[in-house]
Write a protein that binds this ligand. Structure first.
Ligand SMILES: NC(=O)c1ccc[n+]([C@@H]2O[C@H](COP(=O)([O-])OP(=O)(O)OC[C@H]3O[C@@H](n4cnc5c(N)ncnc54)[C@H](OP(=O)(O)O)[C@@H]3O)[C@@H](O)[C@H]2O)c1
Length: 263
């Protein structure tokens, strides 16, 4: 299965990295980007063939993966269209199945929302499928991203919400890891010490949520013994409004995602 990436920046590059880690053959991935200098850099870093001719990439590929910024999509679609009908997977924010289908009438189009941990095969990819997508293509597309983490099909009216939680989510989690570390620095730890503690705590706690069959709220209760120091901290966390901060963060992200989708 030959995958042709149109764009190989942060997100496209992360997917390529994850696929290569998963054992996908280098010869079966190609990319085209905008600048020849960047093409050379990606080719060197990833060890794949990278050019600047989108039509050539699309002609060569069995499946085309669009990984350019949303505003660039209208420029690359005619180049892809000129290569002939084949499945197209697009990850650009706001590019709904309806918009893709209008630009490529009769083509099998798939909308996805990945996240950058796909590079480590610990990602999440959200899916929405166009009507022309056969069961076989659907299975193939999901199979590609299942190699890189979890996948979830969502109705398009929930795509913005999913985008906020998992697509943008890594940024919010990085901010949390940093804030926890900075708070430790405020109490005398060095930043390096505090970051190591914060990071490993987030990794360990995430694994506990994954493996223990109880809710995060119940797990928090198990750490926060009544009258103890964690309980004292949790009370402040609740009254100063972590939940409100995240509600507002996600709502602002959803609003922007909907704006991109033209809703
Ligand atoms: N970053 C994320 O965490 C994330 C998460 C989910 C979804 N996405 C989506 O992924 C898409 C890409 O985002 P990104 O963060 O990866 O952006 P990025 O780092 O800016 O990468 C964009 C890529 O597109 C290439 N490009 C620009 N114009 C092109 C053209 N005419 N033909 C072919 N390639 C062209 C760029 O090449 P040059 O460098 O040579 O200009 C670069 O390789 C966006 O639509 C975004 O909504 C991103």
């Amino acid at each position: 299965m030959k995958l042709g990436f149109i764009g190989a920046g942060e997100m496209g590059g992360a997917i390529i990295k994850g696929l290569l880690k998963s054992g996908w053959a280098k010869e079966d991935i190609r990319a085209s980007v905008h600048s020849p200098e960047f093409a050379q850099r990606v080719a060197q870093e990833q060890g794949i063939s990278v050019g600047t001719d989108n039509r050539q990439t699309a002609l060569w590929a069995d499946i085309v993966v669009i990984a350019v910024k949303p505003g660039v999509v209208p420029h690359v679609l005619p180049e892809i269209a000129s290569a002939g009908k084949k499945p197209v997977i697009c990850m650009a924010l706001g590019w709904t199945v309806e918009k893709l289908q209008a630009a490529l009438p009769g083509w099998p189009v798939i909308r996805i929302m990945p996240n950058t941990p796909l590079a480590l095969r610990e990602g999440v990819t959200l899916f929405a499928f166009g009507k022309q997508v056969s069961a076989e293509v659907r299975q193939t597309a999901e199979g590609i991203f299942k190699r890189l983490g979890k996948t979830l099909e969502l109705p398009e009216n929930l795509f913005a919400a999913g985008t906020a939680v998992s697509g943008s989510g890594p940024a919010f989690v990085y901010a949390f890891i940093d804030a926890l570390a900075q708070a430790g620095v405020g109490q005398g730890l060095s930043y390096n010490q505090a970051l190591e503690l914060s990071l490993q705590t987030v990794v360990g706690a995430a694994k506990m949520v994954e493996e223990e069959k109880i809710s995060p709220a119940e797990l928090a209760q198990k750490v926060a013994t009544p009258g103890g120091c964690t309980a004292a901290g949790m009370e402040v966390l609740q009254t100063t409004g972590l939940e409100t901060a995240l509600e507002k963060t996600i709502a602002a992200t959803v609003a922007k995602a909907q704006e991109f989708a033209g809703k």
